[in-house]
Every structure is written in structure tokens, then in C-alpha cells.
Design a protein around this ligand. Structure first.
Ligand code: FE
Length: 202
């Protein structure tokens, strides 16, 4: 397999984690449901909140946005966001004319520091293969119908390059604070399979 992706061999980190999990379950220290909850938290709740902070800052601070698009690792570092699987992050900006979406065609490379753990579908063969051959169809399956004149750019991740989509700031959010904006930003919008939906201010 390519050395550019995660080591998924039987001796790799995934196998070691699996073995450790099994051991902890056997010792009665944890249960599977508990692990599922933790994974869910990092996948859906805790993980992507870092990315949401980055996006909200970019929406409200043009100089930061410029730095983010130039050097995402350094810009995320300004917000104290860094860590494993995040050494080579690149931010790509959605505009009314260009929509970016991210895939890892070989395995599941993903920018952990900003998005947490990748969702199951991101790792699925169906997504990895179709994201490249039929991105418009995949987006439609996610409920996102893009006009024909919007260019779709598909970015194939690797250990050397992991992508964060900077989604468009939704209309009607002119008076939102940075925290309120961050609360709107979803994981899927930062993978590029959704837009950020407008929301009413509380
Ligand atoms: Fe990969």
C-alpha cells in the first residue's frame, strides 16, 4: 500500500487500538457502548468544534482568512489548534462559483485537529470512489443540489496534505458574533458535502 496514508496493516495503530479496546473490555474497565459514545463525541460534537472556530474567525477577520488560505497550519496554530494528523493542513475556500469537497480515495486521511475523527461514510468505499467519479451525484445524495455553473473541486487527501473546506458565510448573519457563527458551522460543511445553513439569531 502507499506509504502516504495511514498504516492500516495488522500491526498498525488501528490494530493496536482494537487490541487495547478488547483488553479493556475483557478486564471490565470499559464497555463497547461507552466507547461508541466517546467516538461519537469526537466524530460529531467535540472534534469539529475546532474547525468551526477557525471558520468563524475567517468569516470575521479578513487578515486571518488570508493567513488561513496561505498557511492553514500556522493560522490554526494561532488559535491553539494543532496535533496529530494535522501537520499538513490546507484550507480551500468555497465561493458562489466554486464548491470544494474533500475525500481520501485510498483510505481515510482527515484533518484531526480541526474535524476530529472521520465519519464512517468518509471511510466507505462508496464515498471514496464516487466522490471523484460523480461528485455532483454524491452531493445530491447529501441533499446539496448545486447549479450547473458552479465548479466542483474534489481534493484527494493524503498524509502529506489534509484539507479543510472554508464554507460560505450564510446570508442573514451580518450581526452574529464569532461564537454565534461558529455554532452554525457543521462538520459536513467543512468536508464540503453540505453548505452552512442560515439560522435565526437567538
Ligand atoms: Fe488516506
Amino acid at each position: 500500500m502507499s506509504g502516504n496514508h495511514h498504516d492500516t496493516s495488522e500491526h498498525g495503530p488501528a490494530a493496536r487500538v482494537k487490541a487495547l479496546e478488547q483488553l479493556l473490555i475483557e478486564k471490565g474497565l470499559i464497555d463497547s457502548a461507552g466507547i461508541d459514545q466517546i467516538v461519537d463525541a469526537y466524530e460529531n460534537k467535540i472534534g469539529p468544534r475546532n474547525g468551526a472556530r477557525v471558520v468563524a474567525r475567517a468569516w470575521t477577520d479578513p487578515a486571518f482568512k488570508k493567513r488561513l488560505l496561505t498557511d492553514a497550519v500556522a493560522a490554526c496554530g494561532e488559535l491553539g489548534i494543532a496535533g496529530p494528523e494535522g501537520g499538513h493542513m490546507v484550507a480551500v475556500e468555497n465561493t458562489p462559483r466554486v464548491h470544494n469537497m474533500v475525500v481520501c480515495t485510498l483510505c481515510s486521511c482527515y484533518p484531526w485537529p480541526v474535524l476530529g475523527l472521520p465519519p464512517v461514510w468518509y471511510k466507505s468505499f462508496a464515498y471514496r470512489s464516487r466522490a471523484v467519479s460523480d461528485p455532483r451525484g454524491v452531493l445530491r445524495d447529501f441533499g446539496l443540489e448545486l447549479p450547473d455553473d458552479v465548479e466542483i473541486r474534489v481534493w484527494d487527501s493524503s498524509a502529506e496534505q489534509r484539507y479543510l473546506v472554508l464554507p460560505e458565510r450564510p446570508p442573514g448573519t451580518e450581526n452574529f458574533t464569532e461564537d454565534e457563527l461558529a455554532a452554525l458551522v457543521t462538520r459536513d460543511s467543512m468536508i464540503g458535502v453540505a453548505k452552512v445553513a442560515p439560522a435565526k439569531k437567538q
